[in-house]
Design a protein around this ligand. Structure first.
Ligand code: HEC
Ligand code: HEC
Ligand code: HEC
Ligand code: HEC
Length: 334
């Protein structure tokens, strides 16, 4: 157990590198999706927590929602569950024999990556048992799982990228024409520590603890950095001086102001100020894709480097800025 904890932690340094541009779960290969039942076989407590969340319930509820029908109609979509646009963010799709099938709402693999290549590797204890696998073998097993597309607890940057790939909506028409929101008022701490929380595996179901203080610090600043990155990329895609462009620019600006506050609270951590500065190198305006994407790319690189350099203990200065339990979205299963 001791080694497991250590490796989960040092895993940050090993695997954070080189993932900045890697595809996130949303663009995943449908033939590799196993579906949540395959995970729940072993992960009963995590599954029980998931089943109480909006991510689970949206499967049945969204297509019946009058607002969903309205959006679909404006987008010329007749069946919400069989056309691509809504599927990528609202559902888990699995490739069955000859056609794709919607098997769940937003499920395990929407967040942890499609399991096909890593499901056996991550749980196999390198062909030994939990007691006989050496620490080196364990580290290699996790590194291999990461390479095969697993998004683990240690990979905070990849987790954040993935949440924001759905919680910021980068489709201009869906917003301007369809009337869909541009995403959620999303903050990584409060949105991950409420109903989404399922830290029940390593305690064998005994508790569902919050992320610890150091992890929350990293979640908070990486959440903001990824929000800025995502918003800049989204503005780069805008063509019309309408709601989408306006709201995305506002989003980037709000997030970089928050990150600037964090940066001045921890002058010993220069990366945060650097990210804020980079976000000002590209005007938040139309016809500026090259500069916006370049800034986003640099921000991504610094964010990835940040997660391998800091473990959170250096960031005590920002504790007053981190949203507290009263802001957590939904109730965590106990
Ligand atoms: C055969 C049982 C089994 C199945 C099926 C299974 N897991 Fe696991 N899972 C495990 C074991 C065992 C571990 C812990 C390994 C360890 O302690 O080193 C684990 C650990 C994890 C972790 C924690 C990794 C970390 O960061 O420490 C995640 C996330 C996870 N599994 C997700 C999934 C998902 C998603 C699926 C379905 C695609 C799945 N698992 C299917 C047995 C399984
Ligand atoms: C880029 C990801 C993304 C895409 C694509 C997307 N949605 Fe959403 N949708 C979201 C998110 C995130 C929310 C939650 C927003 C919030 O927090 O307020 C949401 C919320 C909704 C809601 C309100 C919440 C509810 O279920 O009661 C409806 C209705 C909806 N979406 C319908 C659609 C339809 C219909 C499509 C396809 C035409 C679609 N969405 C495409 C991400 C997306
Ligand atoms: C909304 C995204 C999301 C979904 C859906 C999701 N997870 Fe997770 N999972 C996470 C995050 C984020 C963490 C890291 C926890 C943290 O930061 O507090 C995590 C942690 C875990 C862990 C480690 C728990 C521990 O005790 O440390 C396991 C195991 C796991 N998830 C399995 C699953 C399984 C199985 C499912 C489906 C039944 C699932 N997850 C669904 C995002 C998700
Ligand atoms: C595949 C797309 C997708 C991913 C990845 C994703 N979400 Fe979501 N999430 C949604 C959609 C869509 C909804 C709205 C569901 C509904 O209510 O119909 C939602 C709803 C939520 C809610 C409930 C919000 C409310 O109104 O109460 C929380 C909390 C949440 N997500 C947190 C997270 C976190 C944290 C992560 C990353 C660890 C994450 N989500 C990853 C698509 C996603």
């Amino acid at each position: 157990m001791y080694f497991r904890q250590i490796h989960r932690f040092t895993g940050i340094a090993i695997l954070a590198l080189g993932f900045a541009g890697a595809p996130v779960a949303k663009g995943q290969d449908l033939t590799k999706v196993q579906g949540p039942n395959a995970c729940s076989e072993c992960h009963k407590d995590e599954s029980a927590a998931w089943q109480e969340s909006h991510h689970f319930k949206t499967f049945r509820e969204m297509p019946r929602n009058p607002k969903g029908k309205e959006i679909a109609q404006r987008m010329g979509i007749r069946r919400i569950k069989s056309e691509g646009l809504c599927l990528s963010c609202h559902f888990t799709v699995q490739q069955t024999k000859n056609k794709p099938k919607v098997v769940a709402g937003i499920a395990c693999e929407s967040c942890h990556g499609a399991g096909g290549d890593w499901i056996k590797v991550h749980s196999g204890f390198s062909g030994k048992t939990e007691a006989t696998e050496t620490p080196a073998e364990e580290a290699a097993r996790w590194a291999q799982s990461d390479q095969l597309g697993m998004i683990r607890t240690a990979s905070i940057y990849r987790i954040a990228k993935n949440c924001f790939s759905c919680h910021v909506v980068p489709q201009e028409d869906l917003v301007n024409v369809g009337g869909h929101s541009i995403g959620s008022q999303f903050d990584l701490v409060s949105w991950s520590q409420g109903e989404v929380r399922h830290n029940t595996w390593y305690s064998k179901g005994a508790s569902n603890q919050e992320a610890d203080v150091n992890r929350k610090r990293i979640l908070y600043v990486i959440g903001l950095a990824v929000e800025i990155e995502t918003a800049l990329r989204s503005i780069a895609k805008a063509n019309a001086r309408k709601l989408y462009a306006f709201k995305m620019a506002q989003r980037a600006d709000v997030a970089r102001k928050k990150l600037a506050q964090a940066a001045s609270a921890v002058p010993n951590v220069p990366e945060l100020a650097k990210i804020v500065q980079l976000s000002h190198t590209a005007g938040l305006k139309l016809n500026n894709a090259a500069a916006l994407n370049a800034a986003a790319e640099s921000i991504a690189q610094i964010s990835v480097g940040f997660t391998s350099k800091y473990d959170g203990s250096q960031l005590a200065g920002i504790d007053g800025l981190i949203p507290g339990p009263q802001t957590y979205k939904g109730a965590a299963r106990q």
